[in-house]
Design a protein around this ligand. Structure first.
Ligand SMILES: NC(=O)c1ccc[n+]([C@@H]2O[C@H](COP(=O)([O-])OP(=O)(O)OC[C@H]3O[C@@H](n4cnc5c(N)ncnc54)[C@H](O)[C@@H]3O)[C@@H](O)[C@H]2O)c1
Length: 342
């Protein structure tokens, strides 16, 4: 049986929000971590500064480069598993430049898969619930005081929700990930590269450094703390299941171990807080008001393109396969975020 202690893990996007949390938690448990990140995002720039300050272990190697160039490193890298997180998540910018986001996220994933097939190693791919498209908005909803609820009492969207045949927009970012997933499938079929695809919903936590276009819980917490205006798009009753990053890190550890031991070939999972951890935009603002003792300044704007009224992950499959359950509840997690904002 292989264990983490003898393994080298390559993390693309390893200085981003999820990547940095993973590096902090994983570095003492593995032989080495190879971080590949071009410091493209605001989060990575902030975390790079902390990385130099906080990380003293000698078993972490950092390559500052674009994943589009990862081919050049194939003889220098010796990982046993790749956790592929690098992507451009800014949905507002993505809508303005589809070509750019497809090149970065989709062609980027293709390059990472090329490396995995060259080295004959498995890969975990961070996809998104946005691949389901806003066909999900066709599920009838009822409007309550602070949130929308699904009329037919379904608890969450499972992996079986149809994504191919429905004609509905995903938005540029969702499209870039959907196409990436298709390339993952092709590489699995052609080169037998084991792949786990996690369709993540809202992940939040320390080191996210959110902005208007990304990391809304962090961005709201920062706005409340610094008495800045929060822009709410639509009614604010949109509902999401949210997952605290430490819970995701636990899952990624379990998945890495499973792949090292050839337990999975190709699997897709919906990963989020699930039905037990849902919040609406307005509810998060209320929680932040209670935590801070301040009244948030809110301004309403028209709904965003391809936005989902409700997205809640059905996490039964991932919970069963990895004996994994989110532990951190929204109020506790949001408090951690509020206290982390500088
Ligand atoms: N945070 C969430 O709520 C969420 C939800 C769904 C999916 N995801 C997925 O999880 C992954 C990680 O997200 P995150 O929240 O940590 O975002 P992030 O922006 O903090 O991290 C992404 C990292 O990738 C790096 N990067 C981007 N393009 C690159 C390139 N071409 N070459 C090298 N590095 C590059 C960035 O510099 C950054 O460090 C992404 O793939 C994202 O699509 C995240």
């Amino acid at each position: 049986m292989k264990n983490l202690k003898d393994s080298n893990i390559l993390i693309t996007g390893g200085l981003g929000f999820i990547g940095f949390n993973l590096v902090l938690k994983l570095s003492s448990k593995v032989k080495s971590i190879i971080i590949f990140d071009n410091l493209f995002s605001k989060s990575s720039k902030k975390n790079f500064y902390l990385f130099k300050k906080l990380i003293t272990q000698k078993n972490i190697i950092f390559f500052k480069d674009n994943i589009l160039n990862i081919d050049k490193f194939k003889t220098k890298l010796d990982p046993d598993v790749i956790i592929h997180l690098a992507a451009d998540l800014n949905q507002m910018k993505g809508e303005k430049n589809l070509e750019k986001i497809i090149r970065n996220n989709t062609i980027g994933t293709l390059k990472v898969l090329n490396l995995a097939s060259y080295l004959k190693i498995p890969l975990i791919f961070a996809s998104t619930c946005k691949v389901y498209s806003n066909w999900i908005n066709k599920i009838p909803i009822i409007e309550k005081e602070t949130r929308y609820v699904w009329e037919n009492k379904i608890l969450g969207i499972s992996e079986k929700f149809p994504i191919e045949k429905n004609l509905a927009p995903r938005g540029a970012y969702g499209l870039s990930k959907y196409l990436s997933e298709e390339i993952c499938k092709e590489y699995f079929c052609k080169y037998k590269i084991p792949v786990i695809i996690n369709r993540l919903s809202g992940i939040y936590g320390k080191y996210q450094w959110g902005t208007k276009g990304y990391g809304w819980i962090w961005h709201f917490a920062e706005s409340v703390k610094k008495d800045k205006q929060i822009n709410v798009y639509g009614t604010g009753k949109q509902v999401r299941d949210i997952l605290f990053v430490d819970d995701l890190v636990d899952l990624l550890k379990k998945q890495t171990l499973a792949l090292l031991n050839n337990k999975f070939r190709f699997e897709i999972y919906n990963v989020g807080g699930g039905p037990q951890n849902t919040v609406s935009v307005l509810e998060v603002i209320n929680i932040l008001s209670k935590i801070s003792g301040k009244q948030a300044k809110i301004k309403f704007f028209p709904e965003r393109y391809a936005d989902l009224k409700i997205y809640i992950s059905d996490i039964k499959k991932v919970s069963r396969d990895f004996n994994w359950h989110p532990k951190i509840k929204p109020v506790r997690g949001i408090k951690v975020v509020y206290n982390s904002v500088l």
